[in-house]
Write a protein that binds this ligand. Structure first.
Ligand SMILES: [Mn+2]
Length: 145
């Protein structure tokens, strides 16, 4: 079987994110949400070519088709990105069960809803499950110091 991966490392150069597939990383700063990863998916390729509206991609019947994965073969082709970070930034890593269900405004609202990150990640998961509930939801939220 195959799966997706997103991983983050916080170091002197900033936040380095590696991903394969359609799991995502976001950086939340001063109320603004920035997506750090571009999905390796069929619908993302169609959006990039102007063939599909971004809002329609999240509901597309082929939205789960990914162009890169971990497995079934031994080779992986991760995309690695480093961005500058500052204290107070929030890094969020999540699976498509969250990002296909909650749009950027909803994610930003929940990230800003409390300083308690345990509560934030619970609210994100609950909102994603309430909105759809058909996919598993994974999310990691970290405050950068
Ligand atoms: Mn999923």
């Amino acid at each position: 079987m195959a799966t997706t991966l997103v991983a983050g490392h916080v170091g002197a150069a900033g936040v380095t994110v590696a991903h394969v597939g359609d799991s995502r990383a976001y950086l939340f700063r001063d109320g603004a949400l920035e997506r750090l990863t571009a999905d390796h998916s069929l619908v993302a390729a169609l959006v990039e070519r102007g063939r599909l509206h971004p809002a329609a991609a999240r509901r597309h019947p082929l939205r789960s088709v990914i162009m890169r994965s971990l497995g079934p073969g031994p080779a992986a082709d991760p995309e690695v990105t480093t961005v500058a970070a500052q204290p107070g930034d929030i890094l969020m890593l999540c699976s498509d069960g969250l990002s296909n269900t909650l749009d950027d405004d909803a994610i930003a609202r929940l990230l800003a809803s409390t300083a308690d990150l345990d509560a934030v990640v619970g609210r994100l998961a609950a909102a994603a499950v309430d909105a759809d509930g058909r996919d598993d939801v994974s999310a990691v939220v970290a405050l950068l110091g």
